[in-house]
Design a protein around this ligand. Structure first.
Ligand SMILES: [Zn+2]
Ligand SMILES: [Zn+2]
Length: 299
C-alpha cells in the first residue's frame, strides 16, 4: 500500500495545478476564510476559501457533543479551532474524516483537546497520532447522539481512496459523502491510495438507492468562491455519475476506434461535457481522458 506521503504527492500536484491554472477569488488569496451555509439549526456547512481548493467542512452541535466532519486544510485550521472552541463548552469533541486526503484532514491536529477521531482503519494509517486524541475506528456503522448522526463504511472500500466514510444526519436530512462527489466537475479517484473507479461508481449507486430521496448531499468539493456554497440532491449526484459514465463510454469508444490518447484529447469529448471542465477545477478533461484510459474496467 502506498504511504500517506507518497499518496499525497499525486494529489498535491493536482491541487497545485488547479491552483496555478485556476482563477482564485480575492478571499482565496488572503486571510483564512470560510463561506458558511446553515443546513439546520445545529448543522453548518463551512466551505473553505483557500489557496489550494474548496474542501467542505461540517460543524454539528449535538446534545453534549460537537462533531466536525472533515476539518480541512491547515490554512483554515486556527479559524476552525476557534469556532469549535466557542461552540464546545463542556461537551465532547469528535472529528470524523471522510477519507485520508490532506485537504480534508490536515486541520485535525489543531482542534481543541481532548478529541475523539473517527475514521476507517485504512485512514488511521495516515492520520498522525498526537497527545489528547483518542481513536474510534469505524468498521460497519456507528452512531452519535442516539442516532442523530450515523457514520458508516461504503459497501466498496476501494473507491475514492482505500477507505472512505459517509456521514448521515437523519433529522436534518443531510448526507456528507466526501470526495464521492465533486460538484459539477470531473473527480479525483486516488488509485495509488487504494481507490478504484468501479467501487466509486458502485458506492454512488448504493447511496442513491439507500438514502431518502429528499436527502441533501454535501459534496467533498462544492462551488468555488466567490460563488455561494451549494449543496446538491441525491438526484444531482445520480445525474453527475451518469454523465461521468457517459464520458467514460465516449472515451472508450474513441479508443476502440483506434484513436490515441493524444488524438482523443485533441478531438475533445464534445459540448455535452464542457461544464465538467470549467475552471476552477481539480481535473481537466485531458487528465480525465488519461485517467480513464489508464484504468480500464477489467484490470
Ligand atoms: Zn479526496
Ligand atoms: Zn478532496
Amino acid at each position: 500500500m502506498m504511504t500517506w506521503r507518497a499518496g499525497y504527492s499525486g494529489l498535491a500536484v493536482a491541487l497545485l495545478a488547479a491552483t496555478l491554472l485556476s482563477p482564485l477569488s480575492a478571499s482565496a488569496q488572503g486571510a483564512p476564510d470560510f463561506s458558511p451555509m446553515a443546513l439546520a439549526d445545529n448543522l453548518d456547512f463551512l466551505r473553505a476559501n483557500t489557496p489550494v481548493g474548496n474542501p467542505s467542512t461540517l460543524l454539528y452541535r449535538g446534545e453534549g457533543f460537537v462533531l466536525v466532519v472533515d476539518p480541512g486544510l491547515e490554512h483554515t485550521a486556527e479559524l476552525l479551532s476557534e469556532t469549535v472552541a466557542g461552540e464546545l463548552g463542556e461537551g465532547t469533541l469528535y472529528a470524523v474524516t471522510t477519507h485520508a486526503h490532506r485537504d480534508h484532514m490536515d486541520a485535525a491536529p489543531a482542534l481543541p483537546r481532548p478529541l475523539v477521531q473517527i475514521a476507517t482503519a485504512h485512514q488511521f494509517d495516515d492520520l498522525p497520532v498526537q497527545p489528547g486524541m483518542t481513536r474510534l475506528a469505524v468498521d460497519g456503522e456507528i452512531s452519535l447522539g442516539g442516532g442523530a448522526v450515523r457514520i458508516g463504511n461504503f459497501p466498496n472500500a476501494a473507491a475514492h481512496t482505500g477507505g472512505d466514510l459517509w456521514i448521515h444526519f437523519p433529522d436534518a436530512g443531510v448526507l456528507a459523502v466526501g470526495d464521492h462527489f465533486f460538484l459539477d466537475r470531473y473527480p479525483i479517484i486516488d488509485v495509488a491510495g487504494g481507490g478504484d473507479p468501479a467501487g466509486y461508481f458502485a458506492n454512488i449507486d448504493w447511496m442513491v438507492e439507500t438514502f431518502p430521496a429528499e436527502t441533501r448531499v454535501v459534496p467533498g468539493h462544492s462551488t468555488f468562491g466567490p460563488a455561494a456554497p451549494r449543496v446538491a440532491t441525491l438526484g444531482d449526484l445520480a445525474s453527475w455519475a451518469a454523465e461521468l459514465r457517459n464520458s467514460v463510454s465516449v472515451i472508450r469508444q474513441m479508443a476502440a476506434q483506434g484513436l490515441s490518447e493524444a488524438e482523443i484529447v485533441e478531438a475533445g469529448l464534445g459540448p455535452r461535457f464542457v461544464h465538467l471542465n470549467e475552471r476552477p477545477r481539480f481535473v481537466s478533461e485531458e487528465r480525465w481522458i488519461g485517467f480513464v484510459l489508464a484504468n480500464p474496467p477489467q484490470r
